[in-house]
Design a protein around this ligand. Structure first.
Ligand SMILES: [Zn+2]
Length: 318
């Protein structure tokens, strides 16, 4: 039997067929306009049909479905409490889809689903406790303690991106200033890059990016590799900001691993090694024999799909 994981996004519905812990087939279809629970369930059902059909699978081979949702999901009741990107509020989406397709359906917040995927099938495989940080448009967080996702009593926790690391700093959409994600996300990295470009009109970052509006999350890393001093300073500031939040997370949870995913993590060792240096100096438990490790995620964009498919698996090897 296969399991299906769905990553429900504002733009695309990505469906993946999972065999054991391995993704064996993946298909994305445009989300279209969702106008409530019924409409969302119909769109998901249609996306599933297309994926199974195109991949050559039959419904009989599918044991269950998991959905990662960009919002707050009450995992006790299965109710999607709030997911504004996909137009859902107090929505029994899982139950509605389950009735439609006659299979068990599990739902979870998408960042949690991605963390769960890395934990069961990726970089976190060998650990019992792990924190995942996804460095994308924002900073997504997922916390796993002793084999269980932790998201607070009201399912709104693990918002590590909205921990303030720069009191009074950059304005955040959440209403606070100086949130970690305003610095450590890809968006934060672009902002830091632009700051160094403005201060350094001679920097080759101007040429590499082709202008301040077309800066991306690779601009500073690329220019720094070519020896540009302003770019190296931007990269250092970014890494120092990122490591600050990682050390905070380690000091609170002391997880066995902190796993970094998302676009910026594609920088690989150029990002990881200097972050590890700072963590090894600043971790409160630096004199302990047992230390949290910082690692890169392994599953890329598939983590959320694999994690969603495996939501029922509440212990390893299940
Ligand atoms: Zn915030």
């Amino acid at each position: 039997m296969y399991k299906i994981g769905i990553d429900l996004g504002g733009t695309n519905i990505a469906c993946g067929v999972v065999d054991g812990i391995n993704l064996v087939y993946k298909k994305s279809v445009p989300t279209g306009k969702i106008t409530g629970t019924e409409s969302a369930a119909e769109k998901l059902g249609a996306a599933l049909s297309v994926a199974l059909n195109d991949g050559g699978f039959s419904w009989d081979e599918i044991s269950e479905i998991g959905i990662g949702i960009p919002g707050t999901v009450n995992t006790d009741t299965g109710i999607v409490e709030y997911a504004c990107n996909v137009g859902l509020e107090n929505s029994p989406l899982g139950d509605t889809l389950s009735k439609l397709i006659k299979k068990p359906v599990y739902a979870e917040n998408d960042a949690n689903a991605a963390a769960w995927g890395e934990y069961i099938a990726g970089s976190g495989r060998e650990y019992k406790s792990m924190v995942m940080l996804t460095l994308g448009t924002g900073v997504g967080g997922g916390i796993i303690i002793d084999g269980k996702l932790y998201s607070g009593f009201n399912f709104s926790g693990a918002e590590i991106g909205h921990m303030v690391t720069h009191h009074g700093g950059r304005e955040c959409a959440c209403g606070r200033r100086g949130c970690f994600e305003k610095y450590a996300s890809a968006t934060g990295l672009k902002e830091t890059t632009r700051k160094y470009m403005r201060e350094n009109p001679q920097s080759i970052m101007w040429r590499i990016a082709g202008g301040i509006e077309s800066v991306n999350a690779r601009t500073a890393f690329e220019a720094a590799k070519k020896g540009d001093k302003a770019a190296a300073a931007a990269v250092n500031e970014y890494i120092s900001d990122l490591a600050c939040g990682i050390v905070n997370v380690i000091n609170i949870f002391q997880p066995e691993a902190v796993v970094l995913g998302g676009g910026v993590a594609n920088e690989g060792d150029g990002l990881l090694l200097p972050v590890r240096d700072i963590v090894s100096r600043e971790d409160y438990a630096r004199n302990s024999k047992r230390r949290a490790v910082v690692k890169l995620a392994e599953l890329g964009n598939d983590a959320g799909i694999i994690g969603a498919a495996l939501l029922r698996t509440n212990r390893k090897g299940d």
